[in-house]
Ligand binder design. Structure first.
Ligand code: C2O
Length: 529
């Protein structure tokens, strides 16, 4: 066993949490890496001691993170200079934890679907929002330090504001420090409006429950994960779109740039479905990752300010969680979730979000002030099988008769539902895909002929996605439990019918039909919670 551990984390370091998790997952590790495969790709951090609490410097000015489109020429030059220094540092000293590839590996190492399944998985759960906020903060401090400018702030890619912003921001397009050769989207490509358009954004930001928006605590030992609405979409689809905006194009852009501990240097993998932003293990090698995530981070704040938002988790177990990073001085530090909550964004993190020039349409969602409690009713099972049910590449429909008690309850939600005390939630449990397969799935209710062309409207329930995690030496499937709060207009539609149909529409990021699908699920049901 001990040998195996050494092989597993072969740069020789492991802190206690990783040790415990590795022992627990030891069998899987042996299966994945122990049988004559080539060594795992190493994205573990350089060695370090015990982490100290990060220091926050109150003398650093509080300054805005702006939309990339709102940067003036000086700010653009500074952004380019910072990423140039990040790349230079990696070239000069590949082991400096602050350099470009080491920064990207922080992300790789923290998705267990990447190259070290012993490590914590910060996707598919309520760790998603705070972990990425911590990561952005240290990344911002490192960039600022490298250019000797404590006033440096990241810029965000607001794909959700103007339709003209649902494209690669121009500064990231030409070859230069902000460019990435393993990117599928080009200057002329546009993100489809069913991913970042008005109704899609209203649905995501209109999600009221904490678990619905933030996700829930995952249970890695049972491979149970619960992503929130924003992680599902647009977060995932924008990753996939940026990685490979036009799958099927000829020639198909291919390739990932993998770091290895092999002294002969990095390898370029020519597999398709492997472009940086489109694969979690590689995504942060593309500087646009940080602009994408700054927007996700901004939308977390937007959601907290939405009428009806039930706010962050209250659990101490969430707030006290620590995440470890190398800071701008190369010191190994930890941050807690409480350190980075909205109330501490200015005092600790020293930034605000300067609103983009267009105000998110989602703000128009005004609630009624009265709280409607839905009746506690038994969940309505829509599909369930002991064996997994295959979704396939075409729209997939299930239906069930709607019992009277649900009809009445749905009418109640439809009539008074802008601000209910409880919600109707559509669950799809046990969604399972191999680790190298991406998924974008639109979910519709009472739209039995829903297709890839269906415009989002009252029947739109939400979008589920999986960003491929990485494909080398991996056999463990990705499992997700999706949940979607029903909007009042959707409830009205269902209440008016005797039966409820749920249609799952798989599509690629460019709207085309997937060439293959290994996606399965266990059950679909509707419940009040
Ligand atoms: Cu950690 Cu956008 O993924």
């Amino acid at each position: 066993m001990y040998d195996e551990l050494n092989r597993f984390c072969y740069n020789g370091h492991m802190d206690r949490r990783h040790f415990v998790r590795t022992v627990v997952l030891g069998f899987g590790a042996a299966r994945l890496f122990g049988q004559g495969h080539q060594p795992p790709i190493n994205c573990a951090p350089p060695s370090h001691g015990a982490p100290k609490h990060i220091t926050f410097d109150a003398r650093v000015p509080v300054l805005p993170r702006k939309s990339v489109w709102d940067l003036n020429s000086g700010e653009l030059a500074r952004l380019n200079a910072a990423y140039q220094e990040l790349r230079n540092l990696y070239t000069k000293n590949p082991n400096d934890p602050r350099g470009w590839m080491q920064q990207a590996n922080v992300h790789c190492f923290n998705c267990s679907g990447g190259y070290d399944p012993s490590n914590v998985e910060i996707h598919g759960s309520w760790w998603f929002m705070p972990w990425h906020r911590c990561y952005l903060h240290v990344h911002e401090r490192i960039l600022g330090k490298l250019i000797g400018d404590p006033t440096f702030r990241l810029a965000y890619w607001d794909w959700d504001t103007y339709p003209s912003h649902a494209m690669l921001p121009p500064p990231f397009v030409p070859p230069g420090p902000l460019f990435d050769q393993f990117r599928g989207a080009g200057a002329a490509d546009v993100i489809p409006s069913d991913i970042t358009g008005q109704l899609a954004m209203q649905t995501v930001l209109g999600t009221q429950s904490t678990a619905g928006f933030m996700g829930k605590l995952s249970d890695p030992s049972n491979n149970q994960y619960y992503p929130g609405a924003l992680e599902n979409s647009p977060h995932g689809p924008v990753h996939i779109w940026t990685g490979d905006a036009n799958p099927g194009q000829s020639p198909e852009p291919t390739g990932c740039y993998y770091p290895t501990s092999d002294p002969s240097g990095p390898i370029v993998d020519q597999s398709p479905n492997c472009l940086d932003m489109g694969v979690l293990s590689n995504a942060a090698q593309d500087p646009i990752f940080f602009a994408h995530h700054s927007n996700i981070d901004r939308l977390w704040d937007v959601w907290l300010g939405m009428p009806g938002s039930q706010g962050n988790p209250k659990d101490a177990g969430w707030k006290d969680q620590r995440f470890n990073f190398f800071d701008e001085n190369g010191d190994w530090v930890y941050m807690t979730v409480a350190d980075v909550l909205t109330s501490n964004e200015q005092s600790n993190l020293r930034y605000t979000y300067q609103a983009p020039t267009a105000v998110s349409a989602a703000k128009s969602h005004a609630p009624k002030s009265s709280k409607t409690a839905l009746k506690a009713v038994k969940p309505l099972m829509i599909a369930s099988a002991a064996e997994a049910i295959a979704v396939g590449t075409k729209p997939h429909t299930q239906s069930v008769a709607v019992p009277l008690e649900h009809q009445q309850n749905l009418k109640l939600l439809a009539a008074n539902g802008k601000n209910p005390a409880t919600h109707y939630v559509l669950h799809i449990d046990g969604l399972t895909v191999p680790p190298n397969e991406g998924v974008i799935l639109h979910v519709f209710a009472d739209e039995p002929n829903a297709s890839r062309e269906t415009k989002l409207g009252a029947s739109f329930v939400g979008t589920f996605s999986v960003v491929p995690t990485g494909h080398r030496d991996h056999e463990h499937p990705i499992v997700r439990n999706a949940s979607f709060e029903l909007r009042p207009e959707t409830a009205a539609l269902i209440a008016a019918q005797k039966s409820l149909t749920v249609t799952l529409v798989p599509k690629l990021a460019n709207g085309a039909e997937p060439k293959k699908s290994n996606l399965t699920y266990k059950r679909i049901y509707l419940s009040v919670e």
